[in-house]
Design a protein around this ligand. Structure first.
Ligand code: SAM
Length: 321
């Protein structure tokens, strides 16, 4: 069997109409907001990968170190031959660490960023010729389903990168419930969760000196210009990242540098100077806080690993068999 015969690509991507209506509805609200899933076109995905290389961005380094350190224990708990699914797999970089120990019967990366996912799946297939891959371009905030052609096996969901922090706590419970339904009784969830910590470390991670996170945030406006015919003047918008200690979340905003009117097709939106568009939240949780959310969603804690500097956590949960 060659690689090409082992990769299947399922395309259920969001349409331009959905993007347009989400942006228009979000910009009509006060405060204005846009769902963070729209960061990830091909350019946004590349910028996110560049963020993961930054000195200030500790989450990726910490999570990779934890996964390497505990890969054998994870494999010992979960066993081999499972069906491994990764919502928001992005570049599918972290799963490499798990593949040798888990030897899954198939790997199902799901991501909204279609071209990036396709490339990542092809690269993975070249590196792991024995691996069966069913890549699905899909929006995980809607119903998550296994591609019908995926083989049977104990289901293991892998959700690294603290992407769970992009939901508010109630949304996180609802999303975790949808993962519990996806993996079913006896299924597992291996999830990376960023920990609460010093505000300075957090804010630097989301507002790096080289301005890569600023480019990532501003790409949202550039994408609206490219795909929806918007006329955002990027020079008139500033990236902001602030830790809201009361809510335990990093907030990313785009701040209007002046009073301005922006057009998207036939719609126009007025912004006062300093008014913001809220583009992302990234909630941080203690181990106990996150355990409580996952328990509400129907998971039972199996293991949790935290690095020596207490920067990041990886939890292994299971749905009761
Ligand atoms: C913060 S990045 C994490 C990437 C990777 N999992 C990691 O740990 O480095 C979030 C990933 O989720 C994807 N994503 C964001 N919102 C999504 C959605 N609603 N449905 C599917 N994928 C989504 C993005 O395209 C991106 O690859």
């Amino acid at each position: 069997m060659n690689n090409a015969s082992k990769i299947e690509f399922h395309d259920l991507h969001t349409t331009r109409d959905e993007f347009l209506s989400d942006v228009i509805n979000g910009l009509r609200q006060r405060p204005a907001s846009i769902p963070p899933k729209y960061f990830y076109d091909a350019k946004g995905s590349k910028l996110f990968d560049a963020i993961t290389e930054l000195a200030e961005y500790y989450p990726t380094r910490s999570e990779i170190a934890l996964l390497k350190q505990h890969a054998d224990e994870i494999a010992g708990e979960v066993g081999t031959g499972s069906l491994l699914v990764e919502p928001g797999g992005g570049s599918c970089a972290k799963v490499h660490i798990l593949l040798k120990g888990l030897k899954p019967c198939a790997y199902v990366p799901m991501d909204i960023s279609k071209d990036h996912l396709q490339m990542a799946a092809q690269e993975l297939a070249a590196q792991f010729p024995w691996l069966e891959i069913h890549a699905a371009c899909t929006d995980f905030t809607r119903e998550m389903k296994m591609p019908p052609s995926a083989p049977q096996g104990t289901k293991v969901a892998f959700f690294p990168g603290s992407s769970i922090g992009n939901f508010d706590p109630a949304g996180a419970v609802a999303f975790l419930q949808s993962i519990a339904t996806l993996v079913g009784p006896g299924g597992y969830l291996l999830i990376g969760v960023d920990l609460k910590k010093d505000k300075k470390i957090l804010e630097a991670a989301y507002d790096d000196a080289a301005g890569v996170t600023a480019q990532f945030n501003l790409n949202l406006l550039a994408r609206i210009n490219r795909e929806l015919g918007g006329n955002f003047d990027l020079a008139q918008w500033q990236h902001l990242a602030l830790y809201n200690e009361a809510l335990g979340r990093i907030e990313m905003h785009l701040r209007s540098r002046c009073q301005q009117t922006v057009k998207i097709g036939s719609e126009s939106f007025d912004f006062a100077q300093d008014e913001t568009i809220h583009s992302e939240n990234s909630y941080k949780y203690s181990v106990e806080e996150f355990n409580a959310l996952a328990t509400q969603a129907g998971f039972v804690s199996q293991q949790v690993w935290v690095d020596d500097k207490q920067l990041f956590s990886i939890h292994l949960f299971r749905v009761k068999p």
